[in-house]
Design a protein around this ligand. Structure first.
Ligand code: LLP
Length: 399
């Protein structure tokens, strides 16, 4: 259970009384997270993939790296996927060890690769021949052998917002088949320092339609066979993250059906694979665990619109401005007696893109009302900034 009304009051989980939390926080914007929601979703995802012989879940911590959330994932038995030395540090500060870490990302600096070697990450996901060469040279200078996987671009066309696709021809991510000979040449120059362990992919985020992912896994397996023809014995396939959540629905049932559909599809494609199957989920595990609370500062009526001007905005949650994402927005205290009105919900930032929701039909609002921006657990606080020198919101974790 994520958000739910108990009588007229909005709760996160069973016990997170959001009105009480907001009053204690004096109406200042804050993110609230429920660890229990994460546990339920993590267990469901694992169960849906139980047909795989050797599964490793590497939580993509870019989605939400709150220390208590990271520690919670560790206690559940998860590993992590990171994309920078900052994220490696975050993981290690919060109970993970080097061998829990898959290091992804398209622009790893020499210093970041050195750090990865020093802490002994499990695998570096390589995105270009030049990066492979750099890793080989650094590993040689450390006299270490480093386990790598190649991020392949399966050139599929997932259904999602264009800003969050990563597995299409035009994207900067991954490598297509034409890179294989060059990669093989580099590997052969570093037989004692580069150990090709497998292939990896990540085709995009917020996928509700899984057909492109299925096609991508099939293409990845055929590239895998091609490397084997070149004489490499690998034992890992990493299929990335990407499973979406139903932002439009209050009830999480549709999310669980999607997770189960995902599990079935992945097991159909990979249950005969003898090696490790790695997954890197982010949003599907934490998207529903969090909410961003805020307060109405002003109601402003123009000849065209009624604006509810809030004390939070695109600096606290960028998703609506950046991807036209629709997060449901709910009153923290519901009152069915009030008539409904259509609002544009906007923030304090001096930009017209600073909206959280447009043309939303809500109970009549007044100055001081508390609102909840729903399903803000993934890519919420981690993308927040202090533009216009506004403070970042607090984060509160329910016990
Ligand atoms: N693995 C890699 C290599 C990734 O780049 C990502 C996300 C993930 C795993 C996790 O993907 P997920 O399961 O969360 O879809 N800021 C955007 C999302 C960007 C995702 C970037 N990569 C948003 O707010 O929708």
């Amino acid at each position: 259970m994520s958000l739910n009304y108990q009588d007229e009051k909005l709760f996160l989980g069973k016990t997170g009384d959001l009105q009480e939390i907001m009053s204690a926080n004096q109406g200042e914007p804050c993110y609230v997270y429920d660890l229990n929601n994460i546990s339920i979703r993590y267990k469901n995802l694992k169960a849906s993939l139980s047909g795989l012989k050797n599964l490793k879940v590497h939580y993509a911590l870019k989605a939400n790296a709150h220390p208590e959330i990271l520690k919670h994932f560790k206690s559940l038995g998860a590993h992590v996927d990171v994309v920078s030395s900052g994220e490696i540090k975050k993981a290690l500060e919060n109970d993970f060890v080097g061998s829990d870490v898959i290091f992804s990302g398209v622009a790893k600096s020499a210093a970041e690769i050195k750090m990865a070697l020093e802490v002994g990450v499990k695998q570096i996901n390589v995105e270009s021949p030049q990066e492979l060469l750099r890793i080989g040279e650094i590993a040689q200078s450390y006299n270490k052998k480093v386990e790598v996987a190649f991020r392949m671009n399966p050139e599929v066309n997932p259904v999602t917002h264009p800003y969050i696709t990563t597995g299409m021809t035009e994207n900067k991510f991954g490598m297509d088949q034409s890179f294989i000979p060059e990669l093989v040449r580099i590997l052969k120059n570093f037989p004692d320092h580069l150990d090709l362990k497998g292939l990896t992919m990540h085709i995009g985020s917020q996928l509700i339609d899984l057909s492109a992912m299925k096609e991508a896994i099939q293409k990845l397996r055929s590239m895998y066979r091609e490397f084997e023809v070149h004489g490499f014995t690998m034992n890992r396939i990493d299929i990335g993250g990407g499973v979406g959540i139903h932002y439009d629905k209050m009830d999480e049932e549709a999310d669980f059906s999607l997770m189960n559909e995902y599990g079935k599809m992945v097991c159909d494609e990979l249950s005969d694979f003898e090696g490790e199957v790695l997954v890197e989920p982010g949003r599907v595990l934490v998207g529903r665990c969090g909410v961003l609370l805020c307060q109405v500062e002003y109601i402003k009526t123009t000849s065209h619109k009624v604006f509810a001007i809030l004390n939070t905005g695109m600096h606290h949650i960028m998703r609506p401005a950046l991807y036209q994402a629709n997060h449901r927005i709910l009153p923290v205290v519901k009152n069915d007696q009030l008539s409904k009105k259509v609002y544009d919900l906007v923030g304090p930032i001096c930009e017209s893109t600073d909206f959280l929701g447009r043309n939303r039909n809500l109970q009549e609002l007044k100055q001081g009302d508390y609102l909840a921006i729903c399903d803000a657990g993934a890519y919420g606080f981690c993308m927040a900034n202090d533009y216009n020198f506004h403070e970042k919101p607090k984060e509160i974790v329910l016990k």
